[in-house]
Design a protein around this ligand. Structure first.
Ligand code: SF4
Ligand code: SF4
Length: 372
C-alpha cells in the first residue's frame, strides 16, 4: 500500500447541530470514500475525540465499508484516565470493539507529559502496549507528547522500543523557544524516531495568515494556499512520517489532498519567505522575551518563567490550542505553578528586555483558561 503523508485526524469531524458528541457519520462516509479513492490511507483517532464517537465513526464510515488492507488506523490510550493496571486492558478492549478492529496499525500512549509519564511507568502503560504488540493487537507503538524536550529525552532513553513520537510541529510554534516545539522535534530525531506531526496549521491559524504574509505568498506563487505553505514547510523537515490534519469539510479535505498530491519540499527562496512570515507573526507577540532563562535562575522559587511566558504569548496570539494547558500542567507539576510566585520581583531585576514578568504572572490564570 502506497503511503501518502497526509493523515486524516478525526478530532474535528463534521457534526450534527454543532454538538461535539454527535458526529455526522453520513458526511464523514463521503469524506472517507473520497480520501481512500484518491489513494490516501491513514486515520488517527483516540478514546476521547468526540466523546468516543470518533472511534465509532471510524467503524461505521471506514472499517465496515472498506477492505482492511487499504487503510491504517492509529488509536491512543487515554493515560490520564488510567487509575489501575487493569484499566489498560479494559480501555484497549473497548477501543477495539468501538472500531470493530482486530488490531491497530499504530497505537500511542496519548498526550504523555508530567505527571502522566510517571503514572504510566508506575502502572505499566509502556509494558502494556509492548505486550499488545507481542500479541499482534498493535503493529507499531509510540506516544504523543506535550511537555519539555528534557522529559522527552528521558522517555526515549528509558524506552528505546518506542518507534514513533507524535508532536506538535508548525512554523510559528517552531520559533517560540519557551514551548520547546523545535527542541522536542530535534530530540525525537536525535533518537532516530519517526515523527508524526499534529497541529501543522496551528489549529487553522496558519491557513488564515495576516494579509501581509498572504500577499508575500501569493506574489511568489498565486496558485497555492497559505495552508499549503505550512504543510510544505513541515514536509521539508527530516524524519516526518505523517502529517495529520483534522478535517471537518469536504472542501478542506479536497484542498489538503490537492496540496499533498504534489507535495514538494520548500526551496531556498521559499524557506526565506517562511522566515519572513515567522518574523511578521513574531512581531505580534505581546513581549520581546528571548527565553534566555535568566529570570528562572534568579527566581527563589525556580519557577519555569520562560515556559510560562511562551505559553502566555502563544495563547494571546492564537486563541485555540488545548495542548498548551497540558504543557502548563506538566511544567507546573515539575517546577511549581506560577501561583507560587511571591511577587518578590527578583526576576525583573535580571531581565534585559525589561519585561513586567509579575504582571504576566498575575494575568496568567485568566489567559490560560482551557480552550478546546
Ligand atoms: S529574563 Fe526576560 S527575556 Fe529572559 S527569559 Fe526571562 S522574561 Fe524572557
Ligand atoms: S516575582 Fe515571582 S517569579 Fe519573579 S522571582 Fe519572585 S517568585 Fe519568582
Amino acid at each position: 500500500m502506497e503511503r501518502k503523508l497526509l493523515g486524516f485526524g478525526t478530532m474535528r469531524l463534521p457534526l450534527i447541530e454543532n454538538d461535539y458528541g454527535t458526529v455526522d457519520v453520513e458526511k464523514f462516509k463521503k469524506m472517507v470514500d473520497i480520501y481512500i479513492e484518491r489513494g490516501y490511507t491513514h486515520f488517527d483517532t483516540s478514546y476521547v475525540y468526540h466523546n468516543g464517537k470518533s472511534e465509532t465513526a471510524i467503524r461505521e464510515a471506514l472499517v465496515k465499508r472498506h477492505p482492511r488492507d487499504v487503510f491504517t488506523v492509529t488509536d491512543k490510550m487515554p493515560v490520564w484516565l488510567i487509575k489501575k493496571r487493569e484499566d489498560y486492558q479494559k480501555t484497549f478492549d473497548v477501543q477495539l470493539e468501538r472500531c470493530a478492529l482486530e488490531y491497530f496499525d499504530y497505537y500511542w500512549l496519548h498526550a504523555l507529559g508530567s505527571p502522566s509519564v510517571e503514572t504510566s511507568e508506575k502502572l505499566g502503560g509502556f509494558e502494556f502496549i509492548n505486550q499488545m504488540k507481542k500479541e499482534g493487537k498493535i503493529r507499531n507503538i509510540g506516544f504523543s507528547f506535550h511537555d519539555t524536550a528534557e522529559t522527552l529525552d528521558k522517555i526515549l532513553i528509558n524506552h528505546p522500543e518506542m518507534e514513533y513520537v507524535q508532536l506538535i510541529v508548525n512554523y510559528i510554534d517552531w520559533i517560540n523557544d519557551g514551548i520547546e516545539i523545535r527542541k522536542c522535534y530535534e530530540t525525537a530525531v536525535k533518537h532516530k524516531k519517526q515523527v508524526i506531526v499534529m497541529e501543522p496549521l496551528k489549529g487553522g491559524a496558519l491557513a488564515n495568515v495576516p494579509k501581509e504574509i498572504e500577499n508575500k505568498f501569493k506574489e511568489y506563487n498565486p496558485n497555492i494556499s497559505a495552508a499549503a505553505w505550512a504543510f510544505r514547510w513541515v514536509a521539508s523537515l527530516d524524519g516526518i512520517f505523517m502529517i495529520l490534519s483534522g478535517m471537518s469539510t469536504i472542501e478542506q479535505l479536497l484542498d489538503n489532498m490537492n496540496t499533498f498530491d504534489q507535495l514538494t519540499p520548500l526551496n531556498v527562496e521559499e524557506q526565506q519567505l517562511i522566515s519572513e512570515a515567522q518574523e511578521i507573526l513574531n512581531k505580534k507577540s505581546p513581549n520581546n522575551c528571548t527565553f534566555c532563562g535568566e529570570c528562572q535562575k534568579a527566581c527563589p522559587e525556580k519557577l519555569a518563567i520562560p515556559v510560562y511566558i511562551g505559553l502566555y504569548n502563544n495563547r494571546k496570539m492564537f486563541k485555540a490550542g488545548g495542548w498548551q494547558n497540558m504543557v502548563y500542567d506538566a511544567v507546573g507539576t515539575r517546577y511549581g505553578k506560577e501561583t507560587d510566585c511571591t511577587d518578590c520581583k527578583e526576576c525583573e531585576t535580571v531581565c534585559e528586555q525589561n519585561i513586567k514578568i509579575t504582571d504576566i504572572i498575575k494575568e496568567f490564570q485568566e489567559v490560560m483558561k482551557p480552550v478546546y
